[in-house]
Design a protein around this ligand. Structure first.
Ligand code: UDP
Length: 370
């Protein structure tokens, strides 16, 4: 007997919505479910005082792929927002990512050569060979001063672990530039969708069956009986009932404030890089869309240890977790009728453009020659 749905997509975030859109376009019958009361996963925005508030943390779209850029532009126009965060270290202000503006403020150096010499000197004094953890990687990239003022405190707050216990790759995300360019990303394309991310998700899910406030694990048997195939974007360890142990995640707590002033901090993102300030950054959402509202909404972002029931934001890719994930992944590869995708199901530190690219790859694999 034919099932009611060709695909059950669990999780209405970017991976799930992209897959659902593409499958529907190919004439498939799709049901998307989500535990939350809204679609969009972590890109969801809430309108407060006429401002799109990034409810689950700041999302700035960037990619170097023309294909992905064109793909998202079919759902929304993007503005010219360029991320140029500021670091506040005990009241001292520095430009990010690390560039000549940062080096000049820190050391008074003016030319790239002077900056490189300074970093070389600090790197040599620190006697670091091949970097084996985040601390060593950071010092070998930018020297000890920047590490102490702009990286160590922020990183240890963010991850709740010593920088010596974290993988080096996390810090490789941050560009180091020997020019005066404050653009946080190296990518060719960047912007914020005009009207917010919800517009993209709504268009992707237009005409698709969606059930919100629906927990897959509470209705597993019924849901499985209604569908030919499953696309799962939740936590992979939960899907397999934690049989190889629990993976660790880092969670966040957001504290929103509506302020009766037009411009609180003059920038969308200000990072607090000292160890003592309990939050890592303050987001002033209106600046993502050049808002001119009379009020402003700010969000303080507090990193917290994850425990069951919290939102899992970041996978913690240390050796222990990566080994456990590998066991789940091997098991996942043996499942016939299920596709695992997105940050949680593949236990990867993905950006939005990477999630969309991964979903499109899954689509291609699924529908090639069909
Ligand atoms: N980081 C840092 N100082 C900063 C910003 C970032 O040391 O001011 C480090 C930190 O370890 C962080 C990593 O760089 O986890 C990646 O930062 P990014 O802002 O790219 O991460 P996001 O949390 O926005 O995904």
């Amino acid at each position: 007997m034919n099932k009611q749905y060709d695909y059950l997509v669990i999780g209405a975030g970017l991976f799930g919505a992209t897959f659902a859109f593409e499958a529907t376009k190919r004439g498939k019958k799709v049901l998307v479910i989500d535990r939350r009361k809204h679609t969009g996963g972590n890109v969801y925005c809430e309108n407060i005082e006429g401002i799109n508030v990034h409810k689950y943390g700041a999302h700035i779209f960037h990619t170097s792929s023309k294909e992905i850029w064109d793909y998202v532009n079919q759902f929304a126009d993007f503005n010219r927002y360029t991320n140029a965060p500021i670091a506040n270290y005990n009241g001292e202000i520095y430009n990010l990512p690390f560039n000549m503006n940062t080096f000049n403020k820190l050391w008074g150096v003016v030319t790239p050569k002077e900056a490189m010499d300074k970093i070389d000197e600090q790197r040599t004094n620190a006697k670091i060979g091949r970097p084996s953890n985040l601390e060593e990687q950071a010092i070998s990239l930018v020297g000890t001063d920047i590490y102490e003022k702009l990286i160590k405190g922020y990183t240890e707050k963010q991850w709740g672990r010593k920088a010596t216990e974290l993988p080096a790759f996390i810090i490789k995300r941050l560009p180091v530039r020997f020019n005066y360019d404050n653009n946080y990303f190296n990518d060719k394309y960047q912007g914020i969708p005009e009207g917010g991310y919800n517009k993209i998700i709504d268009k992707m899910l237009d005409g698709v069956d969606v059930k919100l406030n629906m927990d897959f694990f509470k209705h597993r048997e019924t849901l499985e009986s209604q569908t030919e195939k499953i696309v799962f974007t939740g936590m992979i360890d939960e899907y397999f009932n934690y049989k190889f142990g629990k993976l660790e995640y880092r969670s966040l707590r957001f504290e929103n404030e509506i302020l009766d002033e037009e411009n609180y901090q003059g920038n969308a993102v200000v990072n607090y890089t000292d160890r003592e300030t309990p939050y890592t950054r303050v987001i002033e959402h209106k600046h993502f869309e050049f808002g001119t509202q009379q009020k402003t909404v700010i969000t303080k972002e507090y990193p917290v240890e994850w425990s069951a029931g919290d939102e899992p934001y970041y996978p913690i890719n240390n050796d222990r977790n990566d080994q456990i994930y590998k066991l789940y992944k091997d098991l996942a590869d043996k499942q016939g009728n299920i596709i695992f995708g997105g940050r949680l199901a593949t236990y990867k530190y993905y950006d939005m453009h990477q999630v969309i690219a991964a979903a499109l790859t899954a689509v291609e694999k699924e529908f090639v020659n069909r």
